[in-house]
Design a protein around this ligand. Structure first.
Ligand code: AMP
Length: 329
């Protein structure tokens, strides 16, 4: 596993605020490998003794890119020589077929945004490229981490997510393109905290040769966490949805002041908004996602935790979360 990433050797125009060249869109794994190899070779002396290793950053997405995704891509740009963004709406992780059908597909706009943020390549495979035999018969299980919270409300979601992430991490592996050890990082947003925890376990438990780089949540100015699904909110629903981030910020303030969290107050705040139907609000351990029974009610908050929330607002299911610290870390 790599240690702290160093700044990439090849600075691109996008880092100076000027949009870089449009990224190349590739559709097949073979094209992706060829494109990655050429870019890595252009960036440095791949595999030569004594040469600084060149690196690759992978940013998996489902498209409909917004400035949250752009932050992941920019971080990948800053830390690697070559940046690959994947755009694939993965049917297997949708428990609701209607949600899958209406998921926005905006590849041209995605490629433009990815390019501006610093991507070199956009890998946008068709379904048969990723699942040539249809639904895979062998699946990686998210285990107990996948059974709670989002997994309980969306059965099969995390196994479906792992089905594609397990493959994308192989497809993007620069070592497969260059046949020499090449630093490899993959970028995941803390917006999907449970997904991030599960992907970190995938990499650890199945020994993937990639470093997972978590990226903090990007929010709109009013606090709403950016999401590709926000575009389906009516103006009233969007306003109502703000109660979720307010409830999370309430927990953050209390944690930083080392006050008892009293999450019931957050739940009551959410319940005061009739357009919002709460699914869960929990304070958990950031790695194991076990609910923290202590630390919440009457005792002052100490240490670290993660507040998780999910709710339906109108026709849209939203998730959000907030890392909590006692302020002395
Ligand atoms: P998606 O396309 O929704 O599957 O998201 C692709 C990646 O972008 C995931 O790692 C998400 O966690 C991340 N992401 C989505 N929205 C945000 C956000 N508001 N802030 C940070 N990361 C995000």
């Amino acid at each position: 596993m790599n240690t702290e990433p160093r700044p990439a050797q090849s600075a691109r125009a996008s880092e100076s605020g000027v949009p870089g060249p449009a990224p190349r869109i590739v559709r097949t794994v073979a094209e992706l490998k060829t494109a990655s190899r050429k870019l890595l070779e252009a960036a440095g002396r791949v595999g030569e003794e004594g040469a600084e290793p060149v690196s690759l950053g992978l940013v998996p997405t489902m498209g409909a890119l917004h400035s949250g995704h752009a932050t992941l891509i920019r971080q990948a740009r800053a830390e690697n020589d070559v940046v690959v963004v994947t755009v694939f709406v993965n049917r297997l992780q949708f428990d609701d077929p209607a949600d899958y059908e209406r998921y926005p597909r905006t590849l041209d706009a995605d490629a433009a945004l990815a390019g501006e943020a610093g991507a070199d390549v956009v890998f946008a495979p068709e379904e048969h490229e990723v699942y040539p035999d249809g639904t895979p018969r062998v699946l990686v299980s998210a285990g107990d981490l996948g059974a709670r919270f989002e997994g309980r409300s969306r059965p099969g979601h995390f196994d479906g997510m792992l089905a594609v992430v397990a493959k994308l991490l192989h497809y993007g592996n620069p070592e497969a393109a260059t046949a020499v050890p090449t630093p490899y990082r993959a970028y995941f947003g803390q917006k999907d905290a449970q997904q991030l925890a599960i992907v970190q376990r995938l990499v650890k438990d199945l020994a993937y040769p990639v470093e997972i780089r978590p990226v903090p949540i990007v929010r709109a100015e009013d606090g709403l966490a950016l999401s590709s699904r926000n575009q389906f909110l009516t103006d009233e629903d969007r306003e109502a949805a703000l109660v979720l981030s307010r409830a999370l910020f309430l927990m953050k303030e209390r944690a930083e002041s080392r006050l008892p969290l009293q999450p019931d107050d957050a739940v009551a705040l959410i319940a005061s908004e009739p357009r919002v139907e709460l699914d869960y609000f929990e304070i958990v351990d950031p790695e194991t996602l076990q609910v923290l029974a202590f630390n919440c009610q009457d005792t002052p908050f100490t240490g670290t935790a993660l507040a998780l929330v999910a709710a339906r607002v109108g026709s849209v299911r939203l998730i959000d979360n907030m890392p909590l610290t006692d302020g002395v870390r």
